[in-house]
Design a protein around this ligand. Sequence first.
Ligand SMILES: Nc1nc2c(ncn2[C@@H]2O[C@H](COP(=O)(O)OP(=O)(O)O)[C@@H](O)[C@H]2O)c(=O)[nH]1
Ligand SMILES: [Mg+2]
Length: 197
Amino acid sequence: MELSQQQTAKLVLLGEMGSGKSSLVLRYVKGQFFDYQASTVGAAFLTKTIPELSVKFEIWDTAGQERYHSLAPMYYRGAAAAIIVYDITSTDSFNRAKAWVRELQRQGSPNMIMALAGNKADLESARAVTVEEATAYATENGLFFMETSAKTAANVNELFSEIARKLPKAEAPRQQQPGIVLDTAPQPAAAKKSSCC
Ligand SMILES: Nc1nc2c(ncn2[C@@H]2O[C@H](COP(=O)(O)OP(=O)(O)O)[C@@H](O)[C@H]2O)c(=O)[nH]1
Ligand SMILES: [Mg+2]
């Protein structure tokens, strides 16, 4: 696949601290899992390309702590997709996920693809949120829903690939476009041009 036809999509993970956001990203991007995953500070940024789908994800893994909440729009603004993660053993985390969904419905971009991930699906014996409950909620809110396990890798690739498939396709081949205009403000005269590397 030509590089020029590759689509870059910003994807943000949101959800309660401890629900497994970093673990999902680490499993997906590096194929690793740690029982003692270090807490995320601020946000971490990773990329992963799916050549078959010509998609490059720019993945923003957020901290999830309340104290970072006021910064959240900074992370989800401009995102093509969001994965809202909860822990199937925690009703609190499910409620927190619902709050994130409400926030994105209010403030996110209208075309954002939203996926709900019920993580830690390997902890069936400690389950607190039923599949039925989460499915019903996701259907009502137009979310794509999957239960995942960063630990066993169950449904992790599937989750990201499904999001990649749902991304709106680039309308025309890049070659026919004039290029991406990053800044339409008039350029200051070429004066500075030669003064720097
Ligand atoms: N059993 C199990 N534990 C998980 C899973 N995903 C994450 N964890 C554990 O849950 C804790 C919090 O994970 P972390 O990825 O840091 O959550 P975050 O705060 O949302 O980024 C860590 O101890 C992980 O090892 C999972 O799918 N199954
Ligand atoms: Mg984290």
